[in-house]
Design a protein around this ligand. Structure first.
Ligand code: PDD
Length: 287
C-alpha cells in the first residue's frame, strides 16, 4: 500500500504528490520544518512543535499556512490513514511558488505558502537498541549560519556532519564553535559532571529543542541540578556521562567522544533515568 501524504489541502498517494520546480523551498531552502514523534498512535509534544513552527515562520516573515487546530487535524488524519503506531510526522512549510526564480520574497497576498506533511513508520521507536549501548560521537567545526534557532530546511552541513561521523565509524557529530559545543547535527547536547546536568543556554546559536525543554522540566521536577551554560569539548571528554535529545532519538546516551570513553563507557544513570522519565511523562501527555 502506498503512503498517503498531504500537499496543500490534499491527501494523495505519494506517487501523485507534486510541488512546483519554482517552489522557494526547492530553489532557496526557503522553508521551515518540524518533526513530531508518534508513539502508540499519538503525537508527542505536539503543542511545543506547533509553537516553535509559528516562531520559525514569524522570524522569517513567512505566512502561516493554516491554524494550529487544522495542523493537529492533518497530523491525526495522516497518522490514521497510514496506520502509524510508532514513527514520525514530518511537516514542511515553504514560502511557496512565485512562478519564477527571484531572490526577493514574493508578495504573500499573491504567493501562498506550500504545506507538505508525510509520515515515517518506525515500529519500536522508543525501544531502540542504540539506547542500551549509547552513541559514539566525533567533534567537528560548526560552520552553520547564525540563526540556528530557526528550524529551516537548510540541512546540507548537518548532513555532511552525519557523513563525517559515518566515515569515522561513529553515530553522530557534535558541532564546535570557539572550542565550545553548540549541539549535535540534529539534536541538543548535554554532559553530566558530579551529578550536574550541563547543556548550552538558549540563543541564536542552537535550535531550541522541544525535547530539551521537556527534559529540563522533568529533570527539575526530579530534583536534578541543571546548569544552562556553554561547555568545552575538553570538559565533555572529562564528563561522567553525556547524552543528546531530539524528537526522534528522545534521550540518547553518548558513551564516547573523539575516541575517549566517558565514565564506564556505558550509558550513564542520569541519561538512562531521564530517558525513562521522558518517555513515561510524554506518553501520558500525548495527543
Ligand atoms: N532535529 N538541534 C538540531 C540542530 C536539530 O535538528 C534538532 C531536531 C534538535 C532537537 O530538537 P527537538 O527536540 O525539537 O527535536 C536540536 C530533528 C529531529 C530532525 O531534523 O530530524
Amino acid at each position: 500500500m502506498s503512503r498517503i501524504v498531504y500537499v496543500n489541502g490534499d491527501y494523495l498517494p505519494e506517487e501523485e504528490a507534486v510541488v512546483s520546480v519554482f517552489d522557494r523551498g526547492f530553489l532557496m531552502a526557503d522553508g521551515v520544518y518540524e518533526v513530531t514523534s508518534v508513539l502508540g498512535g499519538k503525537l508527542i509534544d505536539f503543542a511545543g512543535h506547533t509553537a516553535r513552527l509559528n516562531r520559525s515562520l514569524r522570524e522569517l516573515d513567512m505566512a502561516s499556512p493554516c491554524s494550529d487546530e487544522e495542523l493537529l487535524a492533518i497530523h491525526r488524519e495522516l497518522v490514521a490513514r497510514n496506520g502509524i503506531e510508532d514513527g514520525l510526522v514530518y511537516l514542511q512549510v515553504t514560502r511557496g511558488n512565485p512562478g519564477d526564480r527571484d531572490f526577493v520574497f514574493p508578495d504573500p497576498k499573491v504567493t501562498k505558502p506550500t504545506l507538505v506533511l508525510f509520515t515515517q513508520s518506525k515500529p519500536g521507536l522508543a525501544d531502540s537498541p542504540a539506547a542500551k549501548t549509547g552513541w559514539k560521537v566525533i567533534s567537528i567545526d560548526d560552520i552553520r549560519w547564525g540563526r540556528r534557532d530557526i528550524k529551516t530546511t537548510q540541512l546540507l552541513y548537518p548532513s555532511m556532519g552525519k557523513m563525517m561521523a559515518k566515515k569515522a565509524g561513529v553515530d553522530d557529530a557534535w558541532l564546535i564553535e570557539d572550542g565550545l559545543v553548540t549541539e549535535g547535527t540534529s539534536n541538543n547536547a548535554y554532559i553530566v559532571k558530579g551529578g550536574r546536568i550541563i547543556t548550552r543556554q538558549l540563543s541564536n546559536d542552537i535550535l531550541h529543542g522541544i525535547t530539551r525543554a521537556a527534559v529540563l522540566r522533568f529533570a527539575a521536577e526530579a530534583q536534578m541540578v541543571v546548569e544552562e551554560r556553554s561547555f568545552t569539548i575538553d570538559e565533555a571528554k572529562a564528563a561522567d556521562e553525556a547524552f543528546v535529545t531530539s524528537a526522534s532519538a528522545f534521550v540518547m546516551p553518548v558513551v564516547e567522544i573523539d575516541g575517549v570513553a566517558l565514565g564506564s563507557g556505558k550509558p550513564g544513570p542520569v541519561a538512562t533515568r531521564l530517558r525513562e522519565i521522558y518517555l513515561e511523562e510524554s506518553l501520558k501527555a500525548a495527543v
